[in-house]
Unconditional design. Structure first.
Length: 374
């Protein structure tokens, strides 16, 4: 067994700060994980990640199993050697991406077509375990059924029930291959996933089903997929209330500042989202004053940094005017420099949230964040 445990250093209400301890080290929580979908955080190099020092980087099993192929990643040394990033990594099972393609789903698994070449593939809970073992991340995710919201109650219930059945199979396959992974030097952990849409009772039932299986950590999926935050937070709280306190709680796909701080206040430890990288590529920047559209003409002669309080390499060296020029002329370096800032800013937001928990001032900090981002 390779559980990921939580060492709590301080709490403020339901929020907690500390470290997640894995088979090969630890990382601070709460933690934001930048998304490196295809084995790379868009526009950033492994050296950039070394400078930013994110606690974990996420890679997507769906994309990597299609290109270059999980077996190729395995033969090239697993994600750590393949990507050149030596920090902690987590692989999403690909359920969210697969179900965005309207696959054919039955109790055995999901049949879908590749977004790259249209070829047909079939993924089962056991297959998702095998793919992620080849990829070699520190943390792998069980295959789940993730319906888009809003959705009919019947579909949300069926998705949660099928996720529970798949959880049993995925966990059994993972435990059956544990000795082989350990012999190969991979102390991989596996997280289960809670589904249930915004139905509070169904979320609680799904949490019980998932914890009854027994995983090394627990994720809450299928939220922040179109529903209002006022509906997301009660469903999230219902799931968290039934998850083990000594294991990580991971809210999948959330990275907006308001949603992130609200979820931390409810007791979430881990997050991932493409938001900072996607916004950067379109010239939208995260700052202490809110979103900043760098394409706006008023920044053309601005000699100041993106954010006076930011410590990132971009803000330390280049002006808004110069960065806007790079963006306007389509210079590829613009995407990298703006992504460096956005990822840095969001990592620092989590740092400041951890500081507020330690100081017992989370309510005040949460109010400040919501006043700008809520």
């Amino acid at each position: 067994m390779t559980p990921v445990t939580i060492e709590v250093e301080a709490t403020d209400g339901a929020a907690r700060v500390g470290r997640a301890v894995t088979a090969r080290g630890s990382f601070p929580v709460p933690a934001f994980m930048p998304v490196g979908t295809r084995g790379s955080v868009r526009t950033l190099s492994a050296e950039d990640l070394d400078a930013l020092a994110p606690p974990v980087v996420l890679a997507n099993a769906y994309h990597l199993m299609l290109r270059p192929g999980a077996d190729v990643v395995r033969d090239l040394g697993g994600l750590r050697r393949f990507t050149g990033w030596d920090g902690h990594s987590l692989t999403d099972s690909g359920g969210y991406q697969i179900f965005s393609l309207a696959p054919k789903v039955d109790d055995d698994g999901a049949t879908f077509r590749s977004t790259y070449d249209g070829s047909q593939h079939h993924l089962t809970p056991e297959g998702a375990v095998a793919v992620q073992a080849d990829l070699g991340a520190d943390i792998s995710m069980v295959l789940d059924v993730c319906p888009a919201l809003p959705a009919p109650d019947r579909l949300v219930r069926e998705a949660a029930e099928r996720t529970a059945r798949w959880a049993d199979r995925g966990r059994a396959a993972f435990l059956a291959g544990q000795d082989e992974r350990l012999a190969g030097g991979l102390g991989q952990a596996q997280f289960g996933i809670v589904q249930g849409g915004t139905d509070v009772d169904l979320r609680a039932r799904s949490a019980r089903w998932t914890t009854d299986v027994g995983f090394d950590g627990y994720a809450i999926g299928g939220l922040s997929v179109g529903e209002p935050r006022a509906e997301m937070l009660p469903a999230l709280a219902a799931a968290i209330a039934l998850l083990p306190a000594d294991r990580p709680r991971y809210l999948m796909g959330v990275g907006d500042p308001a949603g992130l701080v609200e979820a931390i206040a409810l007791g979430v430890d881990m997050f991932d989202c493409v938001l900072p990288t996607r916004l950067a590529r379109h010239g939208t920047l995260l700052t202490d004053a809110g979103r900043l559209n760098l394409r706006n003409a008023r920044h053309a002669r601005d000699p100041g940094p993106i954010d006076e309080a930011c410590w990132c390499p971009t803000c330390a060296r280049w002006s808004r005017g110069y960065l806007r020029h790079l963006l306007a002329v389509g210079e590829p370096s613009a995407a990298r420099l703006l992504t460096l800032h956005n990822v840095s800013w969001l990592l620092r937001l989590v740092d400041r949230t951890r500081d507020a928990i330690r100081a017992g001032t989370l309510d005040r900090w949460r109010a400040e964040v919501l006043a700008i981002w809520g």
